[in-house]
Design a protein around this ligand. Structure first.
Ligand SMILES: NC(=O)c1ccc[n+]([C@@H]2O[C@H](COP(=O)([O-])OP(=O)(O)OC[C@H]3O[C@@H](n4cnc5c(N)ncnc54)[C@H](O)[C@@H]3O)[C@@H](O)[C@H]2O)c1
Length: 315
């Protein structure tokens, strides 16, 4: 199978490359950056195309000429960066998504898997959300992701495109995504181990839904591979854990006792993150494609801190 990952040098995309290459898929990556965030032997067999999603001709030609079967559409300007560069975010997230959907439609790709986000819910949302809870995002990033979801569902109804999407919570990893308001969830591990200190940009009580990156990668594979007849909807919530910043701090302190951790909440970042739901009902993903997270906070903290300590020792 020929698979395209947009944003494929990013945190999630560069990890998804590994299982796809291992199972024999021919993997193409389209990204403005050619250096993967997570390097691996598998990434060396990727066909790397350095280009911009907003360049319609590039995206359409790529999908058609390489006979792409499935597209994992991860390329996007993330939440914090979108507030700083709204026009760039609009071009990448809105024009880029339209280009991907049209490339699939006209280029013959059957399936598009889209990475949406809990940031599509707004500050008046109830604290427990299901797949059909109202989406009134307060960030530009969230606005563009709601639009991407709706466009995908429209292309499914109108043109029969097999569009599938996951609303991800904050992703925890050893190196935080640059430009995400939610980066504190990963950055507290990264900075505490590598620099010995971390200053939270949110309140100790700020609580948000999170997921270890390996669970996110697995969720995209599982949704991609799920038989069509099992899917009762096109867009699914998934959930892992909901730690407060203080609980993250404790998880770090238990493993890095000398880390100096402080709090200087940034009002803009707090307002974005605190507008997100804490509890997410992911029962439909569990029912339709057997979604099941494997990583809790302790296991995640052990893994991330182990990886970072190994990195530090090998510097
Ligand atoms: N990391 C999270 O916490 C999180 C949470 C919810 C949803 N998501 C979504 O998951 C997807 C992947 O996120 P990630 O954590 O890997 O982020 P990331 O920033 O590491 O990856 C995104 C990639 O998109 C690329 N990109 C940005 N604009 C582009 C453009 N115009 N053309 C081509 N490439 C472009 C970037 O260079 C980057 O490599 C994104 O769509 C993001 O919105 C992430």
């Amino acid at each position: 199978m020929n698979v395209l990952i947009t944003g494929g040098t990013g945190n999630i995309g560069s990890r998804l490359v590994i299982p796809l290459v291992r199972r024999g898929d021919r993997v193409f990556v389209l990204d403005v950056r050619s250096q993967p965030n997570f390097d691996s032997p598998e990434f060396r067999s990727v066909n790397m195309i350095t280009g911009n999603l907003s360049d319609r001709a590039t995206v359409l030609e790529l999908v058609k000429s390489r006979k792409i079967d499935s597209i994992f559409h991860f390329g996007a300007v993330l939440s914090g960066s979108a507030e700083e560069n709204p026009y760039e975010a609009w071009r990448a997230n809105m024009d880029g998504t339209l280009n991907v959907l049209d490339a699939a439609r006209f280029g013959g790709a059957q399936r598009v898997i889209f990475s949406s986000t809990v940031a599509t819910y707004g500050e008046h949302a109830s604290r427990v959300l299901n797949d059909d809870s109202p989406q009134w995002p307060i960030s530009l990033y969230g606005v563009t992701k709601v639009a991407g979801e709706r466009m995908g569902v429209y292309y499914h109804r109108q043109f029969g495109l097999d569009f599938r999407a996951i609303r991800l919570p904050i992703i925890l990893t050893s190196h935080a995504a640059v430009g995400a308001a939610s980066a504190y969830g990963s950055a507290v591990f990264e900075h505490s181990v590598l620099k010995g200190e971390y200053d939270f940009c949110v309140n100790p009580t700020t609580r948000a839904p999170m997921l270890y990156i390996d669970d996110a990668v697995q969720s995209f594979l599982d949704l991609h591979d799920a038989p069509s007849q099992k899917l009762k909807r096109r867009v699914y919530n998934i959930h892992g854990m909901s730690p407060s910043a203080e609980e993250l701090e404790h998880a770090v302190r238990a493993r890095v006792p000398n880390a100096r951790i402080s709090y200087h909440p940034d009002p803009l970042k707090c307002s974005i993150v605190e507008s997100w739901p804490c509890q997410i009902d992911d029962s439909e993903a569990r029912r339709d494609w057997n979604w099941q997270p494997s990583w809790d906070l302790d296991k995640t903290a052990d893994e991330i801190i182990g990886l970072l300590k190994h990195e530090l020792e090998n510097k």
